[in-house]
Design a protein around this ligand. Structure first.
Ligand SMILES: [Zn+2]
Length: 271
């Protein structure tokens, strides 16, 4: 199916958000302007919320050459997001340098992102940069680091990947209270708006002592986190998050997650 047909397909499935995958940019050619604009028009027509996942080949903590290529890829992603009128540019900030302390890595990451945002502003690009919580312990991207970036860099918003947090903390998301704690932390630090319209990713995840290994479909025994608990928190706190499904059974699990949230909302409404 051509990408510009996706919004209509999603609407037919009663799904309403799409994260465009630009994840292989750097290895494969970038999306052309015409294609991006067509997708944007189609998303608007079918009222589908658009975001864009930037290249996996970004490392803001790499050496000079890697850093320059990474900044270029991030700006190219933001430009494409602008063409398609996407709201958020999700990206992984990079890998700890192992040359500096974690604090210095974080500081470097912040100042480099401030540079990227300055370029975006000079180009009149309005999309937010969305640094994502990372699944591997070798990657910068604990919840704390992502929040610190968003506190320090304008035009950013946190992207909370629940599976990544679960993997990074070795299975920490078990009950509604575990999810609620994270929601409350984001609210305390970044404000109510940041948490109410939180952009997040969800899948079941397998992990090792290094963190994330692979994603699994909803309902696979033995793997978390538990979507039911997240849906409970969404309903209880009346959140309006964008939840991007990252399960291997993309559409089936996206619909099942949507139905779970609606069931919880119905139950809260009737209470
Ligand atoms: Zn993710």
């Amino acid at each position: 199916m051509p990408t510009s047909e996706l919004p209509r397909f999603l609407r037919e499935q009663r799904l309403d958000a799409l994260e465009y995958e630009a994840v292989h940019w750097g290895k494969r050619p970038q999306t052309r302007q015409r294609e991006a604009e067509k997708l944007g028009i189609s998303a608007e027509e079918h009222d589908v919320w658009l975001s864009l996942h930037s290249s996996y080949y970004i490392n803001l903590l790499g050496d000079e050459k890697v850093l320059e290529a990474s900044k270029k890829r991030l700006i190219a992603s933001a430009t494409a997001a602008h063409w398609m009128r996407a709201h958020t540019v999700t990206f992984h900030p990079g890998y700890y340098s192992n040359k500096h302390s974690r604090m210095t890595d974080l500081r470097n990451c912040v100042s480099r992102l401030q540079g990227v945002v300055a370029v975006m502003r000079s180009m009149n690009i309005r999309a937010n940069l969305g640094p994502e919580t990372s699944g591997r312990l070798s990657q910068l991207g604990s919840l704390e680091e992502i929040i610190a970036i968003c506190e320090s860099v304008e035009q950013t918003q946190p992207v909370v990947d629940w599976a990544h947090i679960h993997a990074r903390r070795r299975g920490s998301l078990r009950t509604a209270r575990d999810f609620r704690e994270i929601v409350e932390t984001v609210e305390r630090r970044l404000g109510t708006r940041a948490v109410r319209y939180l952009h997040c990713h969800f899948s079941l995840v397998e992990y090792s002592f290094r963190g994330e290994r692979r994603h699994h479909p909803l309902g696979t025994l033995g793997f978390g986190p538990d979507f039911d608990s997240l849906a409970q928190v969404i309903a209880d706190l009346d959140l309006k998050p964008v939840v991007i499904c990252e399960s291997p059974l993309l559409y089936k699990d996206a619909k099942s997650m949507r139905d779970t949230v609606y069931r919880k909302l119905g139950a809260v409404f009737l209470r």
